[in-house]
Design a protein around this ligand. Structure first.
Ligand code: CAO
Length: 439
């Protein structure tokens, strides 16, 4: 059977006429023992009055700004009969004085972690992502926190209702609020507002010897660009291959013929010329989305970026007007620009204005990879190492052919899958029959 009980101000020490600054409950609220009911604040201290019992609030008897002293009626509560007996006992014993927070400052206590058995250690290291949202007043009121922590949370716009307290009985400390705000900020910046979970901070030296090396300026800048492009561009990678047996024979012959002039034509120079033809055939690959995402800007020039691996990190210098340069001019410029990149002598002009990029790992190895689009460009061609393979011929024989793997990543907002496949097929045909490059 339910009974109505009076909840009064317990012994609050020598304080008389203390002001009510916050009321955390309303009629109809179901509360547990120790749930905060009201906050009081004198000129010396702030304190929270916890509920001595569990039940449902029937009536709140005070309002914000009231001055209360020991024994004043705060609220009436409907409690179960068993609870009621406990109250009688508690009232006789005098309720435990509430905890004070002198000068409205949270005491610097290390929070006591509350074990939550259902969570794994990994989950504990990586709290769930939180996204900024307006404060839910009901949840905020019910949260178990001192007035100073409430004030602090309000100043930062942190919703106490979303914070899990690490103190006794889930009490929220100032540190909990700070950790929550930090998590919101990290989620927002790390994921560009995607609400991804922050990386756990791990001390790797716990597991073995380590060495910490600072990232270079190029590493950091490249990292930022790649991350932005990875999360903002919907990527698709189209794989294809080209038979470059004839191209390779021609390349070797060319290099022999121009040996005395110091000319060195690599597969990359052919790829750049082939890309120009492919861009002319498929102009959407030579475009950028405008920042508003409303228009496609089609470019009438043919500047090609080439990823160059340097001791300080990856850079992508641009070779301009590849349509107006001969194969040998492109090859020479490639050698010059990659030397400048490795000597850290690139100018800002060298690094801007690209239409499409090539990432060639062919000189190193590998069979295929998925390059990241160098936005605002809309496509990047990845090239892996050419390999001699037996290829079935129409006459029923297998012939050794040099096969070059191509990996074209593109921005699916601009380029359809069918066009992606058409583009690489076109490139493949060009590279398989270099005469077509003349067309
Ligand atoms: N298949 C087979 N052989 C290849 C090849 C391929 N796909 N690509 C290049 N080669 C050959 C070259 O023809 C050259 O052979 P020769 O000595 O017989 O002429 C040799 O490998 C070395 O080439 P290279 O790497 O010196 O020259 P390149 O024009 O192919 O590339 C450059 C120039 C600057 C792109 C390259 O040196 C480089 O830095 N590559 C790394 C790019 C990179 O890091 N990309 C990753 C970006 S994403 O993280």
């Amino acid at each position: 059977m339910a009974e109505e009980k009076n909840i009064v101000v317990p012994d609050i020490g020598d304080f008389e006429g203390v002001e009510v600054i916050e009321i955390m409950v309303s009629p109809g609220d179901t509360i547990n023992v120790e749930d905060p009911l009201v906050s009081l604040e004198s000129d010396k201290a702030a304190m929270e009055i916890p509920s001595p019992l569990a039940g449902t609030i029937r009536e709140v008897k005070i309002k914000i700004g009231d001055q209360v002293s020991k024994g004043d009626l705060l609220a009436t509560m409907e409690v179960a009969a068993a609870e009621s007996a406990a109250v009688a006992h508690q009232e006789a014993e005098t309720a435990e004085p509430p905890k004070e927070t002198p000068g409205a400052t949270e005491p610097e206590q290390p929070p006591t972690p509350t074990p939550t058995p259902s969570r794994t250690p990994a989950a504990d290291q990586r709290p769930p992502p939180v996204t900024p949202s307006p404060i839910d007043e009901a949840g905020f009121r019910k949260a178990h926190a001192s007035p100073s922590v409430r004030k602090f949370a309000r100043e930062l716009g942190a919703d106490l209702g979303q914070i899990t307290g690490t103190g006794k009985k889930g009490r929220i400390s100032k540190q909990d609020v700070t950790a929550f705000v930090k998590r919101v900020m990290t989620s927002a910046t790390a994921g560009g507002g995607l609400g991804v979970a922050p990386m756990p901070e791990i001390d790797f030296s716990e597991f073995g010897d380590i060495e910490t090396q600072p990232l270079t300026k190029i590493n950091k800048l490249t990292g930022q660009f790649l991350h932005r492009n990875w999360v903002t561009v919907p990527h698709v990678t189209q794989f294809d291959e080209a038979d470059i047996t004839e191209l390779e024979a021609f390349r070797r012959q060319l290099n022999k013929e121009h040996k005395d002039e110091g000319v060195r034509v690599t597969v990359l120079a052919f790829l750049m010329k082939a890309l120009v033809s492919a861009l002319k055939e498929y102009p959407r690959f030579n475009s950028s989305l405008d920042p508003g995402g409303e228009n496609l800007v089609l470019k009438k020039y043919f500047h090609i970026g080439v990823a160059v691996d340097t001791p300080d990190g990856l850079v992508v210098p641009v070779i301009r007007d590849c349509d107006r340069k001969s194969l040998i001019e492109v090859a020479n410029e490639l050698i010059a620009v990659s030397a400048r990149a490795r000597a850290k002598k690139l100018s800002p002009a060298d690094l801007s204005g690209g239409c499409i990029s090539i990432s060639s790992l062919g000189g190193i190895g590998g069979t295929a990879f998925t390059p990241i689009v160098n936005a605002p460009e809309v496509a990047i061609l990845g090239v892996s190492r050419a390999q001699m393979r037996p290829v079935y011929q129409e006459d029923g024989e297998f012939e050794p052919r040099l096969i070059l793997p191509l990996s074209l990543s593109y921005d699916h907002r601009v380029i359809d899958g069918a066009d992606g496949a058409r583009f690489t097929s076109f490139l493949s045909k060009l590279l398989s029959d270099t005469r077509r490059l003349l067309l």
